[in-house]
Design a protein around this ligand. Structure first.
Ligand code: ADP
Length: 500
């Protein structure tokens, strides 16, 4: 039987969705790069070309910054009432919801994540637009009781100005909306620099923002595969007041250093090295369910993926048996096909890294009990879901973030020992543990050196909850009402010599 859906999926996406753009968006216009350069977007599942977008230069990015600056100053975005900003965000939210299927297909085609997960990301990502559309109306100031009779101390929250948003490929939509929603709610104007692997989802979102009616220059997007000089522009330009970055720790540090001269506001969501601890009292079924969803979502390519599994002695073998059964049954393949649970890795760099980390563990005498090899029959970027036990503390799988479908397991005896091991990392984004012992629950939740803790739960992100890390995992928080703080300045007004 002729299946229209499969037929559509085989066609170049450009012809099936009006949301697939081949231009960037600056100052309310869809534009090419100044030198007409473009670069192609590749479907990681099969190597096909999904589309192409402008390969913009520093000059192009500079135009975007100027447009955002002009929109901030002259089209009075910051002077829109909170209700007006909120209404536009709500319109954008509704348009995204109406187009959720289209956006999901684009996302799957360029990122490889299974369609179900892409749909989940659209819902999750759009929740930030909804949330910040609501929060836009609650950016309250304060009146502080003065210690003298003739004064009133007033505190206002004012938007920063132009915010540059640099985002990664693992959540092509949500990493943008989590930043853009907050920045726009606060009254900032924005320049988005999406990841080079996944700009099409980002452009589709901006297309819908245009339809929602955001004034020209309020939202700009610059596509490029030459990120460093553009990052440098954002860091050095006096017209950019804030930078929000999600990505690797190395690039985050570079941006932090480079923006220090201009004392820029900077918000960083960087890599993690999440511990996943299963104590003897844990409910093993729940723990295994959580381990599978936390580790294998997006093929393990999330910064809050469990990276180091610590299993207490009594539950060690039982957990591994259950986990092995579950992981063996995972369906790997092209994410656009029904029933697929794990797609390819995003690109060859990522694929080589995962392979090298597994080899490193093998050489250091870790025990590969499942997988541990590429799945060449499916394509160049597929890696088999892998379980490795007895991972030594000097293995890359232990010290670094693998960002792949690999479960690395260590055994432990005491709570004290595992807390020390879990915290023995300069990264501190998320941490998870499973325990039915109420005393232990509170104790361990407080002792873990991370920004987010999942207790008997591994899917912890939500628009209304603060996302962010400690140590080298970042600065600032996204989502929640705290997410607005990254985009506002506090202004204190002292009203003196008042006569009552
Ligand atoms: P990943 O390893 O996840 O690709 P990166 O930190 O390299 O993480 O990329 C995250 C985002 O940062 C992407 O949008 C990428 O283009 C951008 N990026 C990479 N290098 C720089 C840089 N030097 N300055 C600014 N942005 C950069």
């Amino acid at each position: 039987m002729f299946c229209f859906k499969n037929f559509r999926q085989r066609l170049n996406l450009r012809y099936i969705s009006s949301l697939v753009q081949s231009k960037a968006y600056i100052n309310g216009k869809w534009v090419k790069a100044e030198n007409n350069e473009v670069f192609e977007i590749i479907n990681p599942a099969n190597g096909s070309v999904v589309g192409s977008v402008p390969n913009m230069s520093v000059n192009d990015a500079s135009q975007a910054v100027q447009a955002a600056k002009k929109a901030f100053e002259s089209s009075q975005w910051s002077m829109f009432t909170a209700k007006e900003r909120s209404s536009l965000l709500k319109k954008w939210y509704c348009l995204i919801e109406e187009n959720a299927d289209e956006i999901s297909s684009i996302m799957t085609a360029e990122s490889g994540k299974p369609l179900n997960e892409a749909r989940g990301e659209v819902a999750y990502g759009n929740a930030f637009i909804e949330w910040f559309g609501e929060e836009a109306r609650r950016i309250y100031g304060e009146i502080i009781p003065s210690s003298t009779k003739d004064r009133e101390l007033i505190v206002l929250k004012e938007p920063l100005g132009v915010a540059a948003l640099i985002t990664p490929w693992n959540f092509p939509m949500a990493m943008i909306t989590r930043k853009a929603g907050a920045a726009l709610a606060a009254g900032c104007t924005i320049v988005i620099k999406p990841a080079e692997d996944t700009p099409l989802t980002a452009l589709a979102l901006v297309k819908l923002a245009e339809q929602a009616g955001f004034p020209a220059g309020v939202i700009n997007i610059v596509t490029t595969n030459k990120a460093p000089p553009i990052g440098d522009l954002f860091c050095k330009s006096p017209d950019v007041e804030g930078i929000s970055f999600t990505g690797s720790t190395e690039v985050g540090k570079l941006l932090f250093r480079n923006s220090s001269d201009g004392i820029k506001r900077i918000s960083l969501e960087l890599g993690g090295n999440a511990p996943f601890i299963v104590f003897n009292s844990a409910n093993l079924d729940k723990a295994v369910d959580a381990a599978v969803s936390c580790k294998f979502r997006n093929c393990g390519q999330t910064c809050i993926s469990a990276n180091r599994f610590f299993l207490q002695q009594e539950v060690h073998d039982g957990f591994i048996d259950l986990l092995k059964q579950r992981v063996e049954s995972l369906k790997v393949g092209d994410g656009s096909k029904p029933g697929i649970q794990i797609g390819p890795l995003i690109n060859s760099m990522q694929f080589n890294k995962v392979s090298a980390y597994v080899e490193d563990a093998r050489l250091k005498n870790a025990n590969i009990i499942l997988g541990g090899k590429p799945l060449k029959n499916l394509g160049n970027l597929f890696y088999s879901p892998t379980i490795i036990t007895d991972v030594p503390t000097n293995a890359k799988l232990y010290t670094e973030e693998v960002f792949g479908p690999v479960v690395s397991i260590m055994k432990f005896n005491t709570e004290e020992e595992v807390i020390h091991a879990a915290n023995n990392s300069r990264r501190g984004l998320a941490g998870y543990f499973f325990s039915e012992n109420i005393q232990q629950v509170f104790r361990v939740a407080k002792l873990l050196e991370v920004g987010m803790v999942g207790v008997n739960e591994a899917l912890i992100s939500a628009a209304e909850a603060p996302f962010g890390g400690v140590k080298e995992s970042g600065i600032g928080r996204e989502g929640c009402h705290h997410g607005i703080d990254e985009y506002v300045e506090i202004k204190y007004i002292c009203m003196g010599n008042l006569r009552y």
